[in-house]
Design a protein around this ligand. Structure first.
Ligand code: B12
Length: 446
């Protein structure tokens, strides 16, 4: 379609945090929105404040593997209330001057859309919006995404956007465009049908290091620490063969070899979803690498699944174990016991995976978590020959665990999402001192 519609700028904001690294973290929601706007005839511009391949950047990718790599960083003073932490706070992403130059180089946009991901990254979002205002003071700025959905009222008061929108950008997107530009664009496709969406606009990036894939949204489980049900209340799946065709497109057209699944529940309903997808990957491709940094459901890993994953080229496999302590596992709606974990690990090893490729996430820093339980889980995972990976707990509003997290935290979590940063262990107690955590981390490695 000819782009004679409004000019819309999409911005992936800076991250302000104690640590950040591109572990296959792309703003997939924003890039899907960009593709949808193009399909609707809009002129789309894109600035990625986290751009590792910015034309002015010095390549920092010498140690990068499978497309991952470090961001440029600029030290910042620690936020109020967190000054005493033994960690350095930084802005991750391109320097302000480059961002200003990129904003100035654009013809004035009619509308600016900004995304948001982790709740506790909001200071980076606010700084991004402030920088935008300096250069384009009269253009409306609309914020959406995960933080905007989970902390809507906070985002309205903290970020300085003209509008904050919660939830997935389906039909709402065209309403936003109409509200702020006056252009009424008729819907070009059914946004409830994931296969009707154009492919995400990865081509707007300076370099495509890897392709994020979304084969489904939503999750049938309701783990008490997770907000998936709030973010994507309806589970929807794509046609597995259409996913394989998308992979073929990125590979043939852009030479992409690394693909990263962003699904909450990739392996659920295996007969009609993951298995046909994997069969098609085995049949159609060679030499591609697939990664699942988002945990997979252990119970779905049987010999057939493991073999197909291995043959398809799965390279980074992460299992969502969370704990091996039965009572806690039950509370988390996972109900995966150590026996099932051992079985799944056995199937993966028999299929050909080595210990470097497979890791099991264990949650660390949960409210009321006992040190000895985590220690036990780490040892149990190691005994199976799988790498335990500590996933530091971040309290998330609208989850079952939120109330308890608020009650036990040494910070006022409700007052400011900055205190939900997993790097500061908001629910840490005496059982999890900084030394204890360092020892536990060591236990995962030694
Ligand atoms: C994929 C994923 C990852 C990826 C990368 C994500 C990234 N880009 O950084 C990986 C695996 C690396 C990852 C890691 C982590 N993740 Co994660 N992840 C997800 C997951 C499953 C999907 C996110 C996604 O891309 N969805 C697909 C896209 C299409 O959706 P979207 O971005 O939401 O966009 C839609 C809407 O939000 C909206 N929208 C987006 N932008 C805009 C803008 C405008 C203007 C508008 C109108 C609308 C709009 O429209 C889009 C299309 O419908 C979510 C759970 C979930 N279901 O959302 C957790 C989630 C975001 N992760 C979470 C966590 C905790 C983590 C980790 C900290 C885990 C850990 N403890 O170690 C790490 C840290 C990551 C980091 N970057 O440092 C939490 C967030 C918690 C918080 N406090 O904010 C979530 C919510 C899961 C949970 N536990 O509930 N994650």
């Amino acid at each position: 379609m000819k782009a004679d519609g409004p000019h819309i700028l999409l911005v992936n904001p800076w991250i302000h945090d104690f640590a950040a690294y591109d572990v296959w973290a792309q703003p997939l929601g924003l890039l899907r929105i960009a593709a949808s706007l193009r399909r609707h005839g809009c002129r789309v511009s894109y600035i990625d404040c986290l751009d590792r391949f910015h034309p002015q950047a010095i390549p920092t990718d010498r140690h990068a593997r499978h497309g991952r790599g470090p961001y440029t960083k600029t030290p910042l003073p620690a936020p109020a209330g967190l000054e005493d932490l033994p960690r350095r706070y930084s802005r991750y992403g391109i320097p302000t001057a480059w961002f200003h130059d990129d904003l100035k180089a654009l013809s004035p946009p009619d509308l600016i859309l900004v995304t948001s991901i982790m709740t506790y990254w909001y200071p980076g979002v606010a700084a991004t919006v402030a920088a935008i205002r300096k250069i384009h003071p009269d253009t409306p700025v609309v914020l959406g995404g995960i933080y905007a959905t989970l902390c809507h009222a906070h985002a309205e008061s903290a970020v300085g956007a003209d509008e904050v929108v919660a939830g997935p950008a389906g039909p709402a997107l065209l309403d936003i465009v109409a509200r702020h530009t006056g252009e009424i664009l008729p819907a070009a496709f059914d946004s409830d049908d994931l296969d009707a969406w154009p492919y995400p606009a990865l081509d707007l990036q300076h370099r495509i290091a890897y392709a994020p894939l979304l084969t489904s949204v939503g999750c049938p489980f309701r783990c008490d620490y997770c907000a998936s049900h709030r973010l994507q209340p309806v589970r929807r799946r794509r046609d597995p063969l259409a996913v394989a065709t998308e992979i073929e497109y990125w590979h043939r057209r852009h030479g992409i070899r690394n693909f990263v699944f962003y699904d909450d529940a990739l392996l659920i309903d295996p007969e009609t979803h993951a298995l046909p997808l994997l069969e098609s990957l085995v049949r159609r491709f060679e030499g591609l690498h697939f990664h699942t940094p988002n945990a997979l459901h252990i119970r779905q890993i049987n010999p057939e699944m493991a073999t197909l994953m291995y043959r398809a080229g799965f390279e980074t496999v992460r299992l969502g174990l969370e704990t091996t302590v039965d009572a806690v596992a039950h509370r988390m709606d996972r109900k995966v016991g150590i026996r099932e974990f051992e079985r799944a690990a056995g199937h993966l090893k028999t299929a050909g995976f080595n210990a470097r490729q497979v890791g099991a996430y264990l949650l660390a820093g949960l409210p009321d978590q006992r040190r000895k339980d985590l220690e036990k889980s780490i040892r149990a995972v190691r005994a199976v020959g799988i790498r335990p990976i500590l996933a530091y707990y971040t309290p998330i509003p609208h989850t079952t665990l939120w109330r308890r997290a608020v009650a036990v935290s040494r910070y006022d979590l409700e007052a400011d999402p900055i205190y939900c940063n997993n790097a500061i262990f908001p629910c840490q107690t005496d059982a999890f001192s900084w030394e204890a955590l360092a020892q536990l981390k060591q236990l995962t490695l030694s």
